[in-house]
Design a binder for this molecule. Structure first.
Ligand code: PBG
Length: 299
């Protein structure tokens, strides 16, 4: 067994919290193990001025962290699961999904009932925008980028000539950063279907590194893994990454093991199509939901 594990992470405060969390889980599982962090400012972090879609999509957050592992400058990469493409890249293995955090989206600034007619909400996510528009067709939307602190700080400021009344971000991010008090409303997963993997972490190692994979085994939460696999099957079948106006969420399994998965996909006119399914095989459910929603969107 190795006596040191180097964890690769982005350098944002949220990413560092997540990497420290995995480091703590590893140290708890293996007393005496030395765990260090290797940080990188990814292109996605450096270019906060342009929409993510223009710099290569959500994958930009993950690629540079993965490279540290592939080049043996780190042993494992810690990611927000939702920043990963649906299919794990060549040379890497997704070996641990820790216990999941809150998958929900959160409004900061005002809750849905507190937003006046025609109020402005900032979000960089098409998934959030199209679903919020079905709940509140009167809202106006503006773009939102930047790390968590920057985003939360945009409430009350002006963008595109409008005052931002609220922003939408992942609840898990605010909770991890100790900013839970900023949450005005948590949006239930059936009203605003979360992004695939939201609130979950994912740890990758080199595909041939069985020793580090074995060290990470106790960090894995089988329930979180099962839910993530179902959601990722949806995204894999759609053939997209996090930029699609799509979301999928697998609820914690029922006592008999049945998994319930719900998903959304918007068409070119931003009409939101919804579907849900339940059964024993999460991957089959996710795949089936993607096929059904793609058929609905193309009809
Ligand atoms: N889009 C970037 C991103 N990637 C992961 C999180 C939050 C943490 C998580 O989902 O685990 C965020 C911020 C957000 O969506 O508001």
């Amino acid at each position: 067994m190795p006596d040191v594990v180097r964890l690769a992470t982005r350098a944002s405060p949220l990413a560092l919290w997540q990497a420290e969390h995995v480091a703590d889980l590893l140290r708890a599982a293996h007393p005496g193990l030395e765990v260090t962090l290797v940080g990188t400012d990814t292109l996605g972090d450096r270019r906060q001025d342009v929409p993510i879609s223009e710099i290569g999509g959500k994958g930009v957050f993950a690629t540079e962290v993965q490279r540290l592992v592939l080049e043996d400058r780190a042993d494992a990469a810690v990611h927000s699961a939702k920043d990963l493409p649906a299919v794990t890249g060549e040379g890497l293995a997704l070996v641990a999904v820790p216990e999941r955090g809150d998958p929900r989206d959160a409004l900061v600034g005002a809750g849905l009932d507190g937003l006046a007619e025609g109020a402005t909400v900032a979000t960089g996510s098409q998934r959030r925008r199209v679903q919020l528009a079905t709940l509140r067709p009167d809202l106006a939307f503006v773009e939102l980028r930047g790390n968590m602190a920057t985003r939360v700080g945009k409430v009350g400021t002006t963008a595109e000539g409008r005052t931002i009344d609220a922003i939408v971000v992942a609840a898990a991010a605010l909770q991890r950063l100790g900013r839970e008090e900023a949450i005005a409303e948590l949006l239930a997963v059936d009203r605003l279907v979360p992004q695939v993997g939201q609130g979950a972490l994912a740890v990758e190692v080199r595909a041939d590194d069985a020793a580090t994979a074995a060290l990470l085994a106790p960090v894995e939460d089988p329930v979180a893994r099962r839910r993530l696999d179902a959601e990722r099957a949806f995204l894999a079948e759609l053939g997209g990454d996090c930029d699609l106006p799509a979301g999928a969420h697998a609820a914690p399994p029922a006592a008999d093991g049945t998994l319930a998965v719900r998903a959304v996909l918007a068409d070119a006119d931003e009409h939101v199509h919804r579907a849900e399914a339940s059964g024993p095989d999460g991957v089959a459910l996710g795949t089936d939901l993607a096929r059904r929603l793609r058929a609905a969107v193309e009809a």
